[in-house]
Design a protein around this ligand. Structure first.
Ligand code: ADP
Length: 269
């Protein structure tokens, strides 16, 4: 890992759905080893930007480089892990164990329905340990809580040893008490495993304690800097981004709902 090199570089990116611009002239460099919180209200273009990064949408203008390679030439997708809010959708009847779900992360490597070697099985166990779910290795995924299921999906993304992990609203459906533990685990992956993380969230309050950098998006990039600078400028930046005065979130993690302002207009529980 080279902490001065960008894992992601976005230059002059614009994107429109049916002629309506949702991203305008985005410039963003995310250095290797950072943990970026990408925040913005609902409909501000966060998921669209992630889809552009994952090469699922083609920008109308601009370019993206992943680990120094232009996206059109980038082919090492096992370096990129992705977990979405929709990952947390197993109902209690789904008959797969944690081990089996995490194994699915290796299908790209070993092919569907091939047998896993002893080495592959060890990789699966390691990924499950990385997210602290070893006790639940043989548990049915459908019987776990929302927070535990999200950990399992992170493990599924980790099993191919990504250098960059992108999480789109991963705490939707996770109860408020588990959110802090979940962010702690992400911070551990960042600090101890050196994985670059992009955490997309509308929940500004809870994440600032964990991330190294913050980017604020609402069609334009309104801010990008380290967490300390973000906290100094938060009030100003929020009113710029939302276009009116807003009450700044309290950073009280014991009572994460004790605020009047919910930028996404969504509740976490
Ligand atoms: P966020 O992730 O910040 O909630 P999105 O990137 O999902 O925002 O959406 C940005 C804007 O683009 C919103 O106004 C949304 O309604 C619109 N949008 C998203 N997906 C599509 C689509 N497939 N077709 C047309 N408009 C879309």
């Amino acid at each position: 890992m080279n902490k001065t090199k960008p894992a992601v570089e976005i230059n002059n990116l614009s994107f429109a759905y049916n002629g309506r611009n949702v991203l305008e002239d985005i410039n963003l460099k995310i250095t290797e080893g950072s943990f970026l919180g990408l925040v913005g209200p609902n409909g501000s273009g966060k998921s669209t930007l992630v889809k552009c990064l994952l090469s699922l949408l083609k920008p109308d203008e601009g370019e993206i480089c992943l680990f120094g390679q232009q996206l059109s030439r980038f082919d090492d997708w096992s370096d990129i892990g992705f977990v979405s809010q929709k990952a947390n959708s197993f109902n209690s009847g789904f008959p797969a164990t944690v081990f089996e779900v995490v194994s699915m992360g290796l299908y790209g490597k070993v092919g569907l329905f091939r047998f896993l070697t002893r080495k592959h099985k060890q990789e699966v166990r390691n990924a499950i340990e990385q997210v602290g779910m070893e006790e639940y290795m043989n548990a049915n995924i459908g019987q776990l809580s929302g927070g535990q299921q999200q950990r399992v999906f992170i493990a599924r993304a980790l099993v191919s040893r990504p250098k960059l992990l992108i999480l789109d609203e991963p705490t939707v459906g996770v109860d408020a008490k588990s959110v802090k533990r979940f962010y702690d685990m992400l911070k551990d992956l960042n600090v101890n495993q050196g994985i670059t993380l992009i955490l997309v969230t509308h929940d500004v309050g809870a994440m600032t304690e964990f991330v190294t950098d913050v980017a604020c998006l609402n069609k334009h990039l309104h801010f990008h800097g380290d967490t300390k600078t973000y906290e100094e400028q938060e009030e100003d930046m929020m009113s710029r981004m939302y276009g009116h005065d807003v009450q700044v979130l309290t950073h009280n993690h014991d009572h994460p709902h004790d605020h009047d302002h919910d930028p996404g207009g969504q509740s976490r529980d």
